[in-house]
Design a protein. Structure first.
Length: 321
């Protein structure tokens, strides 16, 4: 079985506003994968190498165009920035941050490779240094051919357990998707060229089936809610994998009962130290459902271990057969 290539981004970055083309977004994906494969946490001094051959293989492009795309996109990434709202650590006030993606890029024509260094502010947003992140398999976005479909998939991935996003205002959605103020001003153009195209590609090439609900103020469309459901996996492979993992690692993963998951997910969602980890706009109940999904996952449950212990959860002892 092909191992997953997981993309991990802090929810602040998932919810940020930026405009990047497909090649620029793909470079970020490959850089995150490169850091993980090197088994190190990238820092400001860590140079990440992206080979044209990796780009060609992952995104199924012609060999002669892979490096050309890399080189052009690296410069575009150097010139680009993203924006997001945050809470100022010292004052507790709302702060709007504007961050550049990379601090340097280099091209090595002979080896068909680029090197890049992310800026200091980006590092914690693309590594698993906090519990506030969204994760998905790179293959889910590899075939998407619209920058809008990639961003929309990420926005929905943040709400995986809930099955729908919160209401996103039209202005906020345009910013998150990177649609310029002068682009697709008429609603029928915005829906046809951005939303409908993105939804069609997501439904064709990813693991979810999506749609949207439009909200109006009077006759004008002022916002959207995106709904989606997981496509059925053949032969329920995920269930089989979890069962094998449970038997192999009984001390690492605890099979919590439905009642335990319901109780402790709500209590975890109420903890002050985890409160900031909820997706923007999520209610406590929404956050509890996200945590409940994590508690069933062999890879994600562990991050709550110390918090579960604090709340008095005790794993059942394994029976000796």
């Amino acid at each position: 079985m092909t191992s997953k290539k997981l993309i991990t981004k802090d929810n602040k970055l998932i919810s940020a506003s930026y405009s990047l083309g497909i090649p620029e977004q793909r470079i970020i994906f490959l850089a995150i994968i490169a850091a993980r494969e090197q088994e190190k946490i990238i820092d400001a001094r860590g140079v990440l190498q992206i080979h044209a051959s990796s780009y060609q293989e992952q995104f199924k492009v012609e060999k002669h165009s892979a490096y050309k795309a890399l080189k052009s996109a690296a410069k575009g990434l150097f010139d680009a920035h993203f924006e997001y709202d945050d809470v100022h650590e010292k004052t507790g006030d709302l702060v709007h941050r504007i961050v550049r993606w990379v601090q340097s890029v280099a091209y090595i024509d002979k080896t068909g490779m680029i090197e890049l260094q992310f800026t200091d502010a980006v590092i914690p947003l693309i590594t698993r240094l906090s519990e506030q992140y969204t994760e998905y398999d790179l293959k889910q976005v590899s075939e998407l051919q619209s920058e809008y479909s990639i961003r929309l998939y990420e926005l929905m991935a943040q709400w995986k357990t809930v099955g729908k996003t919160n209401k996103i205002t039209l202005d906020d959605l345009r910013k998150k998707l990177g649609v310029g103020t002068e682009q697709y001003k008429a609603m029928h153009n915005f829906k046809a060229r951005v939303l409908d195209l993105a939804i069609k590609q997501i439904n064709s090439f990813t693991d979810i089936q999506a749609d949207y609900i439009q909200h109006k103020t009077g006759r004008a469309v002022t916002g959207f809610t995106f709904t989606f459901k997981q496509k059925k996996a053949p032969e329920q492979l995920a269930t089989a994998t979890n069962k094998n993992r449970d038997n192999a690692t009984p001390d690492l993963f605890h099979n919590m009962t439905d009642d335990q998951i319901s109780t402790f997910s709500k209590r975890l969602a109420a903890l002050p130290e985890l409160g900031s980890n909820a997706p923007m706009g999520a209610s406590v109940d929404d956050f509890a459902r996200l945590i409940a999904d994590d508690l069933k996952d062999t890879d994600k449950q562990a991050k709550y271990s110390k918090h579960l212990a604090k709340l008095g959860f005790k794993a059942a002892k394994s029976k000796v057969k």
